[in-house]
Design a protein around this ligand. Structure first.
Ligand SMILES: [Fe+2]
Length: 255
């Protein structure tokens, strides 16, 4: 499996506190069956983002853990004005493995009114936005229609593996299942921050997905699509979206 979103690099943001934690996270990933990990430090108002520092930390950690898992670089790209301006000049600073895919993180507080235009701008510059964990966002996790519109425009969705295991509450778990039933998820990722509450593991969520949606889907979300992303290929798994009207019969937003 390939994990495209995690905070494994030490002492950079709210992820791994020190090298010992990073090494333990890498060990857990290896045992879980993860071969490649994209280290995606935050770039937001709280944490500065410096690709040179990230590269040095990645190289140092790779030396410490050996060949597996392979560590690549990306960014947990917050939708700030500064980030959106900066990515115009040098997108490779932020994209996954310096290629075309970009994690995009929304604030909990609101969706920018110009969001359609922002996605259009990114896509017209040959970048491919991957919206991170909509199931954990208070606004996005109530709007399947909005998310379907953005998928139709060329975005993809990444759900946090722990959401399928109830680690982010009942609503996130139900909404993740709802996204899955509508063929709206393209990736699961750990978004790991530590070894305990937010571990670098995908296998358990993969099993839940296989039970709910079949082995082919579970493989696509944890292996085929994320591997295409780190290699800069088109996603092999882009199923047709299912109409939302069907879902309302069994999904309740009250959960
Ligand atoms: Fe993250």
């Amino acid at each position: 499996m390939v994990d495209i979103h995690c905070h494994i690099l030490p002492a950079l943001d709210d992820g791994a506190r020190d090298e010992a934690i990073s090494i333990e996270m890498a060990r857990m990933a290896r045992e879980d069956g993860i071969t490649h990990v994209v280290a995606t430090p935050h770039s937001n108002y709280q944490y500065a983002f410096d690709p040179e520092v990230n590269r040095d930390k990645r190289d140092a950690l790779q030396k410490l853990i050996g060949d597996s898992p392979v560590l690549l670089l990306g960014c947990d790209f917050h939708l700030s004005y500064e980030n959106l301006e900066d990515i115009r000049t040098d997108p490779g600073r932020y994209t996954i493995n310096g290629l075309q895919y970009l994690l995009v993180e929304f604030a909990d507080s609101g969706v920018p009114p110009s969001m359609d235009q922002i996605f259009f701008d990114l896509i017209s510059r040959k970048l491919v936005p991957i919206i991170t964990h909509p199931e954990r966002n208070p606004l996005l996790s109530r709007d399947l229609n909005l998310l379907q519109k953005w998928i139709g425009a060329g975005c993809f969705l990444q759900v946090t593996a722990g959401s399928f295991l109830g680690r982010f509450g009942k609503h996130a778990e139900k909404f993740s299942m709802s996204l899955l039933k509508h063929n709206m998820i393209h990736f699961i990722a750990s978004d790991a921050h530590d070894t305990v509450s937010r571990p670098l593991q995908l296998a358990e969520a993969r099993r839940v997905i296989a039970e709910a949606a079949g082995e082919e889907t579970a493989n696509a979300l944890s292996e085929a699509n994320p591997r295409a992303t780190i290699e800069g290929r088109a996603l092999p798994w882009r199923p047709e979206l299912l109409p939302i009207v069907q879902e309302r019969k069994w999904f309740s937003f009250r959960g």
